[in-house]
Design a protein around this ligand. Structure first.
Ligand code: NAP
Length: 163
């Protein structure tokens, strides 16, 4: 199953200068908890924003570049049809598409679940989540984030399932 996992602020902003516009450790913790033991699929720009392949998860990068351009413990897929085929061959596996915008846009028709962290604050950005038709999805879970000194925004963890 294909799951989108991302955080967005007001106006669907998701990125700035190759990284995240905000520092929200509670969301990083959520990302780690949800994805550990599963598979993550990242576009090469998003992969480049990680300090290293993420541990305890299968890391797949989507890129036109040869596999030799990436660390050995990373799998490389060279097209969106290849991602679809990978997921179709593993229906029981949780495959988290973790961005960025190019991957989200290209796989929007294929995604089964949406795990969105909605940050109720405004940030400058240069990368946006594509428009999603939420009428095709049911909100199945919603947990408020805890705002505190280290996480100084209102935010909500949402999970949607395609009908
Ligand atoms: N807020 C969030 O939750 C979140 C999540 C993820 C990312 N982000 C942010 O989003 C930004 C990056 O997003 P982005 O949209 O610019 O880039 P991206 O989707 O991460 O990566 C784009 C790259 O992926 C590869 N790619 C994309 N489509 C492909 C296809 N059909 N076939 C083969 N390769 C393909 C290409 O790599 P090559 O050029 O190597 O061929 C392309 O340059 C960063 O700022 C990041 O921090 C935010």
């Amino acid at each position: 199953m294909l799951i989108f996992l991302w955080a967005e602020s007001q106006g669907r902003v998701i990125g700035l200068h190759g990284g995240l516009p905000w520092h929200l450790p509670a969301d990083m913790h959520y990302f780690k908890t949800v994805t550990t033991g599963h598979t993550i699929v990242a576009g090469s720009k998003t992969f480049a924003s990680f300090p290293r392949p993420l541990p305890n998860r299968k890391n797949i990068v989507v890129s036109h570049q040869p596999a030799t351009a990436f660390p050995e413990n990373v799998s490389v897929l060279h097209s969106l049809p290849a991602v679809r085929a990978y997921a179709a061959a593993r229906p029981q596996e949780k495959i988290f598409v973790v961005g960025g915008a190019q991957l989200f846009a290209g796989l929007l028709d294929d995604v089964d679940f949406l795990y969105r962290t909605r940050i109720d604050a405004g940030f400058d950005g240069d990368t946006w989540m594509p428009v999603i038709d939420y009428s095709q999805f049911t909100l199945i879970d919603q947990q408020p984030g805890i705002r505190n000194e280290k996480n100084p925004y209102d935010f909500v963890f949402e999970q949607y399932q395609r009908h």
